[in-house]
Design a protein around this ligand. Structure first.
Ligand code: AMP
Ligand code: ZN
Length: 699
């Protein structure tokens, strides 16, 4: 869209305008303001890399508005002031699409895609067609028409032949350029298609704000996008942070009326490059040209994982024949083009039957209801057991034993119950009775007013001891090799472990005589236990299982103390002075260290050889947010120096690489990034970040 030189010129011009350091006629000034504001819109809304403060931007915008107000003849249709529409739309006009907007055929597995590939080869007579694969954006479709570089119309999909004219609303979306330099490609009239979406994090934020204001929350981003696009108040479209991503040129003509799609424009990829260059948001960085089906499958699999962290909802991928000539050879049915197919990711919802509910006592005494359901396969695993969180959750969702439940699991995420299907009730369902006594030790359960969970308060409750010991040995805690959940349970049952410190005085000779234990496994266990005496302090702190204290908090605290016993002397206030520790966490730590039994445990652990000190050699990384991730920085960084960048990566447990390779996870780009960026864009597994996005990762 803008060359490096142009960008430099516009940056300089911006500075001059902000500082009022140039003398221009009113007409020149209006033009200069239009140019720089449009440029900054592009940087902000398309690249997400603003180079101007909001304050300066607003100032320039106000100046342009004032100029146009006093000199209406200076106003142009592509002036950014035209994005702010006046008044409401009473009725949308119906308009005819230049080319009908079809649906996509769906596929659900590799075999479907292979069929598609076979058909394409038949239809085109080409044994090696190239495919472009890109995410299927889950939003609301839109068609934009530009004539002589100016946006003249925007329409919804409607019935595919005709849609609603939503030009005014579309103009409110700053990611849609009002003027786009298509003429440099010899294009006089063009119709382009895309999807209007709301980024996931913005959608979540919107809902949080609505909730805080007591307003009804939106169900999903897609419906919200399509609703906002058709709102009668265009300013609302802007307020709702809609964004347009363009992924198709459906019509392109030169000044003499020649169809460029049958000539000059060669491939889908080329079309996307043009759209990108003309200032649109496109899937250019998310798509791949594949030379065969193996590459297609591989890329889809990659995205099946990537989509969970991708900031836009996707429910699948779209596979398109890359060559436009071959696309024409394939043609379309009345319903969908034959040269494209959507691949839908595996369903993340399933139905099952709730068989019974078990109540489990956790290490802090919290009693959690766990649903046992008829095993059901979902997103790659079989699910038979799901947490129901607490009594309120059960009441709110009106869950009964015998109900048909809707189970959801997105990717690696823990499965949960979305709700029940009351229509499928037979009358044989019954209520879930929440126990008022601990299922393990029988003590009465208690529930503080403000909390949702019932708890067993008995410090000697066997279920709690078991969970505490299991947590103690676990990977994020003392990380004891050769000693997992089952071993702990067995030792508790045999009476070897009554309290945590018993882990450090196990009767190894006796264990060697037990069924299933051999010399090797006992030696392993012993080595694991011995080794764990030498862990950094934060691991011990986390292993204690103090409420609200996890890995991050443990690390925050341990870097502020010399010995675990320092915590015994700290007040709630002292604790809240540590960065990252709030009053709730502080109170919980204080309570833990005010308990004599806990102090006794710590002294015992120390006596048995467990490290309780913050040793200098343990002062490694602040946290491990970037653990195992590799980074490379390129371009001129604006927010921090190279050295600081390096330090940030290392402090957070990440690693720096010196060049772009398949081992690289993240490329962070500053201004004017060059060959490294180009190289990284060819490797689909590399995620390209700007400086802000990188900072967000370690926030
Ligand atoms: P469907 O409505 O499920 O038949 O899917 C077709 C729709 O998917 C199109 O009309 C577009 O609105 C939408 N879509 C989303 N992303 C893309 C994409 N990358 N390429 C083509 N269509 C897409
Ligand atoms: Zn109990």
């Amino acid at each position: 869209m803008y060359s490096k030189e142009q960008q430099q010129q516009l940056n300089t011009l911006t500075l001059q305008l902000v500082k009022e350091a140039v003398t221009l006629s009113e007409a020149e000034k209006a033009k200069a303001l239009r140019n720089v504001i449009n440029y900054h819109d592009w940087r902000y809304y398309v690249l997400s890399e603003p180079v101007i403060t909001d304050y300066d931007y607003d100032k320039l915008f106000a100046e342009l508005k004032q100029l146009e107000l006093s000199n209406p003849e200076l106003q142009t249709p592509d002036s950014p002031t035209q994005r702010v529409a006046r008044g409401l739309t009473s009725e949308f006009e119906t308009v005819q699409h230049l080319v009908s907007m079809l649906s996509l055929e769906n596929s659900y597995n590799e075999a479907d895609l292979n069929d598609f590939d076979r058909k394409i080869k038949e239809l085109t007579g080409n044994p090696e067609p190239e495919y472009c694969v890109e995410p299927k954006f889950d939003g609301s479709s839109i068609a934009l028409v530009y004539e002589n570089d100016l946006l003249i119309r925007a329409a919804t999909r409607g019935d595919g032949t005709e849609g609603d004219d939503i030009t005014n609303n579309a103009k409110a979306l700053s990611s849609i350029p009002l003027r786009a330099p298509f003429s440099k490609y010899g294009i006089a009239k063009i119709e382009i298609r895309g999807e209007v979406i709301i980024q996931k994090h913005i959608f979540e934020k919107m809902n949080e704000e609505r909730k805080a204001k007591g307003e009804k929350i939106f169900q999903n981003a897609r419906n919200t996008a399509s609703g906002s696009l058709r709102t009668k108040d265009p300013n609302e479209s802007r307020a709702r942070n809609l964004e347009a991503i363009l992924y198709h040129i459906s019509f392109a003509e030169d000044a003499s009326g020649n169809n460029l799609l049958a000539g000059k424009l060669e491939s889908h990829y080329h079309c996307i490059e043009i759209l990108y260059d003309c200032g649109f948001k496109t899937p250019l960085h998310e798509m791949k040209v594949c030379r065969n089906m193996e590459e297609v499958h591989e890329f889809i699999q990659l995205w099946d994982k990537k989509r969970h962290t991708f900031n836009i909802d996707t429910d699948g991928m779209v596979v398109k024949v890359n060559s436009l000539k071959q696309q024409q050879q394939c043609g379309s049915t009345t319903h969908h083009p034959r040269w494209a197919i959507a691949y839908k990711f595996a369903a993340k919802q399933a139905h099952s039957k709730l068989l019974k509910v078990e109540f489990q006592v956790g290490r802090t005494g919290a009693v959690t209801p766990v649903a046992k359901i008829e095993p059901v396969p979902l997103a790659g695993v079989t699910i038979s057991s799901i947490s129901l969180h607490n009594e309120d959750f059960i009441l709110e969702k009106d869950i009964h034993i015998g109900d048909t439940v809707i189970v959801e699991r997105a990717g690696e995420v823990i499965p949960y119950i979305v709700g029940v299907v009351p229509d499928l009730r037979t009358g044989h369902e019954h209520k879930i009775h929440f126990p008022r006594h601990c299922p393990s030790c029988g003590s009465p359960l208690v529930k503080p007013e403000e909390e949702a969970v019932w708890r067993c308060d008995n410090a000697d409750c066997p279920a709690q001891t078991e969970e505490r010991a299991i947590h103690f040995v676990s990977k994020d805690a003392m990380n004891i090799d050769g000693c997992g959940r089952e071993t702990v349970v067995e030792f508790i049952q045999r009476g070897f472990i009554k309290t945590i410190e018993d882990l450090y005085r196990l009767p190894y000779t006796e264990i060697l005589g037990l069924e299933g234990w051999k010399e090797k496994s006992v030696n392993n266990l012993k080595a694991g236990i011995e080794d764990s005496k030498n862990r950094p302090l934060w691991r011990l702190l986390n292993a204690l299982g103090i409420r609200h204290v996890g890995v991050t908090t443990s690390k925050d605290i341990s870097s502020h103390i010399r010995s675990i016993f320092d915590l015994q002397k700290m007040s709630v206030e002292d604790l809240t002075n540590i960065e990252g520790i709030g009053p709730k966490v502080a109170q919980s730590i204080f309570d833990f260290f005010s308990n004599e039994g806990n102090i006794h445990l710590l002294h015992e652990l120390k006596r048995l050889g467990v490290n309780t000190e913050n040793r200098p050699e343990d002062a490694l990384s602040k946290n491990n947010k970037l653990q195992g991730k590799t980074f490379l920085f390129t371009g001129s960084l604006q927010k921090f120096t190279r050295d600081r960048a390096k330090q940030l990566v290392e402090e957070n447990g990440g690693k720096l690489l010196s060049g772009v390779s398949a081992n690289l996870n993240y490329l962070v780009v500053g201004e004017d990034a060059g060959s490294k960026l180009a190289k990284a864009q060819k490797i689909p597994s590399i995620v390209v970040l700007n400086e802000d996005e990188f900072l967000k990762m370690i926030e």
